[in-house]
Design a protein around this ligand. Structure first.
Ligand code: MN
Length: 207
């Protein structure tokens, strides 16, 4: 949680957010190799490009969330979006060896039931949004203006923040997120992610 608060309220130059666990802590759901490439190469590249693109622009004075909300479609919005997306992504998982509830608690669980009928139906719909997204992008569980939970598919670097909405849980379906471990089997990767979702982190994002 701290990582997100720091980076989303930070201004340029941005730094790679620290992982809240060791790079092998999500194995076998996500391998150390995938984490090292995804975080250390892909996210680092988005951070570096973002820092280059904001230099000398009005965006240099804005924090990450403001940049994502205000930048017009193009390289700046894409790179800022991906920095925000991956910060939320890496923060929302817990080490496999840490025993945590596989279901959200009380208030958040109620919001899930209200929106989807049951936790299982929610998981099915989130998986369907993730596996059914054509090409690269993200499936998000978001909180809309009425406070209700909805699932959206966002192509490429999309994030609910650009619509003024609140991202709660994001599944990255770019191939770089799963190809080393699962090759073309995106549905298997998505199914495995439920083992490591940290519901305390996800529910703490509700406003
Ligand atoms: Mn990614």
């Amino acid at each position: 949680m701290l990582t997100q608060l720091i980076i989303t309220s930070m201004t340029a130059p941005f730094a790679l957010p620290a992982l809240p666990y060791e790079s092998n802590a999500l194995e076998p759901v996500i391998s150390k190799e995938t984490i090292e490439y995804h975080n250390g190469k892909h996210l680092q590249a988005y951070v570096n490009t973002l820092n280059t693109l904001v230099k000398g622009m009005v965006y240099e004075k804005l924090n990450l969330e403001e940049i994502v909300s205000k930048a017009p479609a193009g390289p700046l919005a894409n790179n800022a979006g991906q920095v925000l997306n991956h910060t939320l992504y890496f923060e929302q998982f817990h080490p496999v060896e840490v025993e945590k509830s596989k279901v959200p608690e009380a208030q958040f669980d109620e919001a899930i039931r209200k929106a989807f009928g049951s936790f299982d139906v929610f998981k099915e719909k989130m998986a369907a949004a993730s596996t059914g997204l054509f090409g690269s992008g993200w499936a998000w569980l978001e909180q809309n203006r009425k406070g209700n939970l909805v699932i959206v598919q966002c192509p490429n670097a999309g994030n609910p923040v650009t619509e003024g909405l609140v991202p709660l849980l994001g599944f990255d379906v770019w191939e770089h997120a799963y190809y080393i471990d699962y090759r073309n089997r995106r549905p298997d990767h998505i199914a495995a992610l439920w083992q490591i979702v940290d519901w305390d982190v996800v529910s703490s994002r509700m406003k």
